[in-house]
Design a protein around this ligand. Structure first.
Ligand code: SAM
Length: 209
């Protein structure tokens, strides 16, 4: 379900700048194979957020086929930055690595295969930006475990914060309840300055002050 009017969404997609053939091919692949990717509007938002914040080290939870990762890596690569991205689906990790190599970004991107809640506690580095886009039931725990990895002044960003609008209606499904809990957890976290942008399925952007 869309959270905005269809004619507004159509307009936003219509005026979005064209992507290169790799990203457009990935968008088509995702559509055909039902891979839920962020798409070009949120992709551009991530790219701009990473650039504005001059992020060098970015962590992503939920790689899928590498679409959002390529937007992020393209933002940090000119600063000799890097993206670390985690996914537990071996088939998708393989496709992501192929796409990332085709984008010429394999030296800037490290793909880790495994469950986020197992991997995150093993990470030792500090990140300028964290992007969360995994299964929704792990969002609250993924936030708790990854927040210490975010430097002060860094950005915590999460996709699907409005979950088709169900969070605002108090929906009872497991995923909706997880998203309601997650949104409260982040907005009530001391030192976090948080806003949810009603773009596509809702993008939470939170600054660690
Ligand atoms: C919505 S897709 C990510 C889309 C990607 N961010 C993009 O826009 O291009 C979610 C991905 O997270 C992975 N995932 C879900 N739960 C996970 C978990 N607990 N640990 C690691 N990966 C997970 C899934 O395998 C899936 O590929």
């Amino acid at each position: 379900m869309s959270i905005t009017y269809d004619y507004i969404d159509d307009y936003l997609y219509r005026i979005a700048p064209p992507r290169d053939t790799l990203l457009e091919r990935m968008e088509e692949y995702a559509e055909t194979n039902s891979v839920p990717i962020i798409g070009p509007l949120v992709g551009r938002l991530l790219y701009n957020l990473a650039k504005i914040s001059q992020s060098r080290k970015v962590l992503e939870i939920g790689t899928a086929i590498g679409y959002s990762g390529i937007w992020l890596a393209r933002a940090v690569a000119p600063l000799k930055g890097s993206l670390t991205t985690i996914d537990m689906n071996p088939e998708r990790v393989k496709i992501a690595k192929k796409n990332i190599a085709e984008a010429g970004l394999d030296r800037a991107v490290k793909v880790i295969e495994g469950s986020a809640l197992d991997i995150l506690p093993t990470l030792k580095e500090s990140y300028d930006m964290i992007f969360l886009d995994s299964d929704k039931d792990v969002y609250p725990d993924a936030f708790k475990v990854s927040l210490p990895l975010l430097r002060r002044g860094g950005l915590f960003v999460a996709d699907n914060a409005l979950w088709g609008g169900d969070v605002a209606k108090g929906g009872k499904s497991k995923d909706t309840q997880a998203m309601i809990k997650f949104n409260r957890l982040v907005t009530e976290s001391p030192g976090m300055s948080t806003v949810i942008l009603p773009l596509r399925d809702g993008v939470l952007v939170s600054l660690k002050e």
